[in-house]
Design a protein around this ligand. Structure first.
Ligand SMILES: [Zn+2]
Length: 263
């Protein structure tokens, strides 16, 4: 079966080792890979993954240009790179058009690491530009193992944004909101948002996981692993073992992602 992993991370060779070490310390977890592009490609081959979407996060305005340049350089048949925008940077509203020109398919946001609120006014201008440029918006949602403060990107906030921008193409990571799955069921299930199922199984009851999938609509569920923080091969096994139909598995593993990415 074809497999698209909609949630992975990789870093340029000169920073991979340090980046992994810092995140490992902050989140008190252990990476399965060395954080390099080569490491990810090897893991994909080993797991039988055809395409990975790589999601970057800038944590300072000065990183934006370098990261986006690297992202645009690593595109291949196996890699779909997204870009990064730092919302309070001077030219952030112009970034969607710049990223579109660099052939980046979407933008990853992580409010806690990038210090903004998803529903602040400046973000609305950025969303409008992203929608106009047909870019996919990818959000970390819910708690984060590396963050101690209350999360800024929550199911409740995203439900308000979805209401304001019904045409927005948005993916909410970790099945709609890590460790806020009751709120996902209350605020988000049935909305137009896509959920990636990365870093979820093992953190909630499997009954609730299956209920969210069915009630939200299998056609809006994307396979994702959060590699290198999860093992791609093991995550495929986890989905293969779910009591859902072969058609549903195909939808989750690649068909929904193909639709969203226009592949
Ligand atoms: Zn991630």
């Amino acid at each position: 079966m074809k497999v698209i992993d909609f949630h992975t991370h990789a870093f340029a060779d000169n920073i991979a080792e340090r980046a992994i070490k810092i995140i490992e310390e902050e989140s008190n977890s252990k990476a399965f890979l060395d954080g390099s592009l080569k490491g990810l490609l090897k893991s994909m081959e080993n797991a039988g993954i055809d395409i990975s979407v790589i999601l970057p996060i800038s944590t300072k305005p000065t990183q934006v240009e370098t990261i986006n340049r690297w992202m645009s350089e690593i595109r291949s048949d196996a890699i779909i790179p997204f870009g990064t925008i730092y919302s309070t940077a001077e030219n952030s509203v112009k970034q969607p058009a710049i990223l579109k020109n660099m052939n980046l398919r979407g933008v990853k946001f992580h409010a806690d690491y990038q210090n903004f609120k998803p529903d602040e006014e400046n973000m609305f201008y950025i969303y409008e530009e992203l929608i106009k440029n047909e870019m996919i918006i990818f959000y970390h949602s819910g708690k984060d193992v590396g963050i101690k403060t209350p999360p800024l990107g929550t199911p409740k906030i995203f439900s308000k944004i979805l209401e304001k921008f019904p045409e927005m193409k948005i993916v909410l990571a970790h099945t709609g909101g890590f460790r806020l799955w009751d709120d996902v069921e209350y605020y988000l299930v049935g909305s137009q948002a896509y959920f990636d199922i990365s870093y979820t199984i093992g953190h909630l009851k499997i009954e609730q996981f299956l209920r969210i999938l069915k009630n939200h609509g299998i056609d809006k569920i994307l396979f994702g692993t959060d590699s290198p923080w999860r093992d791609q091969k093991k995550e495929i096994e986890n989905i293969m073992n779910l009591p859902i139909t072969k058609e549903e598995k195909e939808a989750i593993f690649f068909k929904n992602a193909e639709n969203l990415l226009n592949l």
